[in-house]
Design a protein around this ligand. Structure first.
Ligand code: GLN
Length: 272
Protein backbone atom coordinates (compact mmCIF):
# COMPACT_ATOMS: atom_id res chain seq x y z
CA UNK A 1 0.00 0.00 0.00
CA UNK A 2 1.44 3.34 -1.06
CA UNK A 3 0.26 6.55 0.52
CA UNK A 4 0.31 10.07 -0.90
CA UNK A 5 3.23 10.90 1.37
CA UNK A 6 5.20 7.80 0.36
CA UNK A 7 4.61 8.37 -3.36
CA UNK A 8 5.78 11.99 -3.07
CA UNK A 9 8.81 10.96 -1.00
CA UNK A 10 9.77 8.31 -3.56
CA UNK A 11 9.47 10.83 -6.42
CA UNK A 12 11.91 13.16 -4.60
CA UNK A 13 14.76 11.03 -5.94
CA UNK A 14 13.95 12.34 -9.44
CA UNK A 15 11.94 15.53 -9.02
CA UNK A 16 11.68 18.70 -6.93
CA UNK A 17 8.88 18.40 -4.34
CA UNK A 18 6.81 21.18 -5.94
CA UNK A 19 6.80 19.40 -9.32
CA UNK A 20 5.94 16.04 -7.76
CA UNK A 21 2.98 17.67 -5.97
CA UNK A 22 1.76 19.31 -9.21
CA UNK A 23 1.88 15.97 -11.05
CA UNK A 24 0.25 13.91 -8.29
CA UNK A 25 -2.34 16.66 -7.78
CA UNK A 26 -3.13 16.47 -11.50
CA UNK A 27 -3.54 12.68 -11.34
CA UNK A 28 -5.87 12.93 -8.33
CA UNK A 29 -7.67 16.12 -9.37
CA UNK A 30 -6.51 17.76 -6.12
CA UNK A 31 -4.66 20.91 -5.07
CA UNK A 32 -1.26 20.86 -3.36
CA UNK A 33 -2.92 21.84 -0.05
CA UNK A 34 -5.08 18.69 -0.19
CA UNK A 35 -2.02 16.50 -0.77
CA UNK A 36 -0.23 18.04 2.20
CA UNK A 37 -3.26 17.47 4.45
CA UNK A 38 -3.82 13.89 3.19
CA UNK A 39 -0.34 12.50 3.56
CA UNK A 40 -1.58 9.07 4.68
CA UNK A 41 -4.31 8.63 2.06
CA UNK A 42 -3.73 5.35 0.19
CA UNK A 43 -3.35 5.60 -3.60
CA UNK A 44 -5.03 3.09 -5.90
CA UNK A 45 -3.11 1.22 -8.59
CA UNK A 46 -4.24 3.47 -11.46
CA UNK A 47 -3.24 6.66 -9.70
CA UNK A 48 0.15 5.19 -8.81
CA UNK A 49 0.81 4.08 -12.39
CA UNK A 50 -0.28 7.43 -13.83
CA UNK A 51 1.87 9.31 -11.36
CA UNK A 52 4.90 7.08 -12.04
CA UNK A 53 4.49 7.63 -15.78
CA UNK A 54 4.20 11.43 -15.46
CA UNK A 55 7.13 11.57 -13.04
CA UNK A 56 9.29 9.58 -15.48
CA UNK A 57 8.33 11.87 -18.37
CA UNK A 58 9.12 14.93 -16.26
CA UNK A 59 12.46 13.42 -15.26
CA UNK A 60 13.06 12.92 -18.99
CA UNK A 61 12.66 16.65 -19.57
CA UNK A 62 9.01 17.21 -20.57
CA UNK A 63 7.72 20.48 -19.09
CA UNK A 64 5.30 20.13 -16.17
CA UNK A 65 2.84 22.52 -17.88
CA UNK A 66 2.50 20.17 -20.89
CA UNK A 67 2.15 17.12 -18.64
CA UNK A 68 -0.70 18.68 -16.65
CA UNK A 69 -2.06 20.62 -19.66
CA UNK A 70 -2.16 24.01 -17.98
CA UNK A 71 -0.17 26.90 -16.55
CA UNK A 72 -1.15 29.84 -14.39
CA UNK A 73 -0.72 33.34 -15.87
CA UNK A 74 -1.75 36.60 -14.20
CA UNK A 75 -3.83 34.64 -11.67
CA UNK A 76 -5.75 32.51 -14.18
CA UNK A 77 -5.20 28.99 -15.53
CA UNK A 78 -4.59 28.62 -19.27
CA UNK A 79 -4.70 25.33 -21.15
CA UNK A 80 -1.41 24.60 -22.93
CA UNK A 81 -0.18 21.93 -25.31
CA UNK A 82 3.14 21.48 -27.11
CA UNK A 83 1.64 23.60 -29.93
CA UNK A 84 2.01 26.76 -27.82
CA UNK A 85 4.69 28.43 -25.73
CA UNK A 86 4.20 27.94 -21.99
CA UNK A 87 3.20 31.26 -20.39
CA UNK A 88 6.12 32.75 -18.43
CA UNK A 89 6.05 34.90 -15.29
CA UNK A 90 8.21 37.57 -16.99
CA UNK A 91 5.49 38.03 -19.63
CA UNK A 92 3.18 39.29 -16.88
CA UNK A 93 5.35 42.44 -16.98
CA UNK A 94 4.26 43.03 -20.59
CA UNK A 95 0.62 42.79 -19.49
CA UNK A 96 1.23 45.17 -16.54
CA UNK A 97 2.94 47.75 -18.75
CA UNK A 98 0.17 47.47 -21.36
CA UNK A 99 -2.57 47.89 -18.73
CA UNK A 100 -0.83 50.90 -17.17
CA UNK A 101 -0.62 52.56 -20.57
CA UNK A 102 -4.25 52.08 -21.58
CA UNK A 103 -5.76 52.83 -18.17
CA UNK A 104 -7.05 56.23 -19.32
CA UNK A 105 -8.24 55.12 -22.76
CA UNK A 106 -11.94 54.85 -23.52
CA UNK A 107 -12.30 51.73 -25.69
CA UNK A 108 -8.74 50.99 -26.75
CA UNK A 109 -8.16 48.88 -29.83
CA UNK A 110 -5.54 46.30 -28.84
CA UNK A 111 -3.59 43.88 -31.00
CA UNK A 112 -1.57 40.89 -29.72
CA UNK A 113 0.88 39.53 -32.30
CA UNK A 114 1.79 35.83 -32.07
CA UNK A 115 -0.78 35.11 -29.39
CA UNK A 116 0.05 31.41 -28.83
CA UNK A 117 -2.05 30.18 -25.89
CA UNK A 118 -3.80 33.57 -25.98
CA UNK A 119 -2.71 34.36 -22.42
CA UNK A 120 -1.74 38.00 -23.14
CA UNK A 121 -4.77 38.90 -25.28
CA UNK A 122 -7.26 37.13 -23.02
CA UNK A 123 -5.78 38.66 -19.86
CA UNK A 124 -5.97 42.15 -21.41
CA UNK A 125 -9.58 41.54 -22.49
CA UNK A 126 -10.53 40.38 -18.98
CA UNK A 127 -8.61 43.12 -17.13
CA UNK A 128 -9.84 45.86 -19.47
CA UNK A 129 -13.37 44.83 -20.52
CA UNK A 130 -13.96 48.04 -22.49
CA UNK A 131 -11.05 47.19 -24.83
CA UNK A 132 -11.52 45.73 -28.30
CA UNK A 133 -8.89 43.02 -28.44
CA UNK A 134 -7.61 41.31 -31.59
CA UNK A 135 -4.98 38.57 -31.61
CA UNK A 136 -3.16 36.86 -34.45
CA UNK A 137 -1.02 33.79 -34.87
CA UNK A 138 0.51 32.08 -37.90
CA UNK A 139 -0.29 28.66 -36.40
CA UNK A 140 -3.85 27.37 -36.77
CA UNK A 141 -3.26 24.90 -33.95
CA UNK A 142 -2.17 27.68 -31.63
CA UNK A 143 -5.25 29.72 -32.60
CA UNK A 144 -7.50 26.79 -31.76
CA UNK A 145 -5.85 26.59 -28.33
CA UNK A 146 -6.23 30.36 -27.84
CA UNK A 147 -9.91 30.27 -28.86
CA UNK A 148 -10.55 27.49 -26.38
CA UNK A 149 -8.83 29.45 -23.62
CA UNK A 150 -10.85 32.57 -24.45
CA UNK A 151 -14.10 30.58 -24.30
CA UNK A 152 -13.08 28.96 -21.01
CA UNK A 153 -11.98 32.21 -19.38
CA UNK A 154 -14.81 34.26 -20.88
CA UNK A 155 -12.59 36.85 -22.60
CA UNK A 156 -13.78 38.54 -25.79
CA UNK A 157 -11.01 38.43 -28.37
CA UNK A 158 -11.13 38.49 -32.17
CA UNK A 159 -8.67 35.81 -33.34
CA UNK A 160 -7.18 35.92 -36.84
CA UNK A 161 -4.88 33.59 -38.71
CA UNK A 162 -2.10 35.91 -39.83
CA UNK A 163 1.63 36.15 -40.41
CA UNK A 164 2.17 39.18 -38.12
CA UNK A 165 0.16 42.05 -39.72
CA UNK A 166 -0.62 40.28 -43.03
CA UNK A 167 -4.37 39.91 -42.37
CA UNK A 168 -4.69 43.42 -40.90
CA UNK A 169 -4.23 45.65 -43.97
CA UNK A 170 -5.58 49.15 -43.26
CA UNK A 171 -6.32 48.44 -39.57
CA UNK A 172 -4.95 50.65 -36.81
CA UNK A 173 -4.65 50.05 -33.08
CA UNK A 174 -4.13 52.11 -29.94
CA UNK A 175 -1.90 49.42 -28.45
CA UNK A 176 0.11 46.65 -30.06
CA UNK A 177 1.76 44.04 -27.82
CA UNK A 178 3.86 40.99 -28.64
CA UNK A 179 5.94 38.33 -26.99
CA UNK A 180 7.59 37.25 -30.24
CA UNK A 181 10.28 34.61 -30.71
CA UNK A 182 13.59 36.28 -29.81
CA UNK A 183 16.19 33.60 -29.18
CA UNK A 184 19.11 33.36 -31.64
CA UNK A 185 18.92 30.21 -33.79
CA UNK A 186 22.38 29.12 -32.58
CA UNK A 187 21.53 29.51 -28.86
CA UNK A 188 22.32 26.24 -27.10
CA UNK A 189 19.31 26.67 -24.75
CA UNK A 190 17.03 25.71 -27.65
CA UNK A 191 18.32 22.14 -27.64
CA UNK A 192 18.51 21.69 -23.86
CA UNK A 193 16.08 21.46 -20.99
CA UNK A 194 12.40 22.33 -21.22
CA UNK A 195 12.79 24.56 -24.33
CA UNK A 196 13.38 21.45 -26.49
CA UNK A 197 9.71 20.59 -26.07
CA UNK A 198 8.28 24.00 -26.96
CA UNK A 199 7.44 25.15 -30.52
CA UNK A 200 10.65 26.42 -32.12
CA UNK A 201 8.71 29.01 -34.15
CA UNK A 202 7.59 30.61 -30.87
CA UNK A 203 11.14 30.78 -29.50
CA UNK A 204 13.77 31.28 -32.18
CA UNK A 205 14.04 34.05 -34.75
CA UNK A 206 17.00 34.29 -37.10
CA UNK A 207 20.72 34.39 -36.45
CA UNK A 208 20.54 37.22 -33.88
CA UNK A 209 17.07 36.46 -32.49
CA UNK A 210 15.78 39.84 -33.72
CA UNK A 211 14.21 38.86 -37.05
CA UNK A 212 10.59 38.83 -35.81
CA UNK A 213 11.13 41.93 -33.66
CA UNK A 214 12.53 43.81 -36.70
CA UNK A 215 9.46 42.95 -38.78
CA UNK A 216 7.04 43.81 -35.98
CA UNK A 217 8.65 47.19 -35.28
CA UNK A 218 9.17 48.18 -38.93
CA UNK A 219 5.51 47.69 -39.81
CA UNK A 220 4.09 49.01 -36.51
CA UNK A 221 3.74 52.69 -37.58
CA UNK A 222 1.37 51.62 -40.40
CA UNK A 223 -0.86 49.89 -37.80
CA UNK A 224 -0.75 52.37 -34.92
CA UNK A 225 -3.32 55.13 -34.46
CA UNK A 226 -1.83 58.57 -33.68
CA UNK A 227 -0.39 58.30 -30.14
CA UNK A 228 -0.74 54.50 -30.31
CA UNK A 229 1.85 52.41 -28.49
CA UNK A 230 3.90 49.32 -29.25
CA UNK A 231 5.24 47.19 -26.36
CA UNK A 232 7.41 44.11 -26.87
CA UNK A 233 8.99 41.45 -24.72
CA UNK A 234 12.60 40.77 -25.72
CA UNK A 235 15.74 38.92 -24.66
CA UNK A 236 17.88 39.86 -21.65
CA UNK A 237 20.56 41.45 -23.87
CA UNK A 238 18.36 42.96 -26.59
CA UNK A 239 17.05 46.18 -24.98
CA UNK A 240 19.59 48.43 -26.70
CA UNK A 241 19.02 46.90 -30.14
CA UNK A 242 15.24 47.05 -29.67
CA UNK A 243 15.38 50.71 -28.59
CA UNK A 244 17.39 51.52 -31.73
CA UNK A 245 14.85 49.71 -33.91
CA UNK A 246 11.98 51.58 -32.22
CA UNK A 247 13.74 54.91 -32.83
CA UNK A 248 14.53 53.98 -36.44
CA UNK A 249 10.83 53.30 -37.01
CA UNK A 250 10.13 56.87 -35.83
CA UNK A 251 8.53 55.98 -32.50
CA UNK A 252 8.80 58.43 -29.59
CA UNK A 253 8.81 58.07 -25.80
CA UNK A 254 10.94 54.93 -25.99
CA UNK A 255 11.26 53.19 -22.63
CA UNK A 256 12.31 49.87 -21.13
CA UNK A 257 10.95 48.08 -18.07
CA UNK A 258 12.81 45.66 -15.83
CA UNK A 259 11.37 42.28 -14.84
CA UNK A 260 11.49 40.90 -11.27
CA UNK A 261 14.99 39.58 -11.97
CA UNK A 262 16.11 43.16 -12.78
CA UNK A 263 16.48 42.43 -16.50
CA UNK A 264 15.21 44.98 -19.02
CA UNK A 265 12.65 42.72 -20.64
CA UNK A 266 9.85 44.87 -22.07
CA UNK A 267 10.36 47.90 -24.31
CA UNK A 268 8.14 50.16 -26.32
CA UNK A 269 7.32 53.55 -27.72
CA UNK A 270 4.49 55.47 -29.29
CA UNK A 271 3.58 56.95 -32.62
CA UNK A 272 3.80 60.74 -32.46
N1 GLN B 1 11.54 33.93 -22.29
C1 GLN B 1 11.58 32.71 -23.04
C2 GLN B 1 12.77 31.88 -22.65
O1 GLN B 1 13.89 32.35 -22.70
C3 GLN B 1 11.59 32.95 -24.54
C4 GLN B 1 10.26 33.35 -25.00
C5 GLN B 1 10.31 33.95 -26.37
O2 GLN B 1 11.17 33.67 -27.19
N2 GLN B 1 9.38 34.79 -26.62
O3 GLN B 1 12.60 30.75 -22.26
Amino acid sequence: MTTVGAALAAARAKLPASEARLLLGHVLGRQAAWLIAHDDEVLDEDALLNFASLAARRAGGEPVAYLVGQREFFGREFAVSPAVLIPRPETELLVEVALANIAAADAPRILDLGTGSGCIAITLALECPQAQVSAVDSSEVALAAARRNAAQRGGHVRFLHSDWYAALAGECFDLIVANPPYIAASDSHLVAGDLRHEPLAALSSGSDGLEAIRRIIAAAPAHLAPGGQLWLEHGYDQAEAVHELLAAAGLAGIEGHRDIAGIMRVSGGRLR
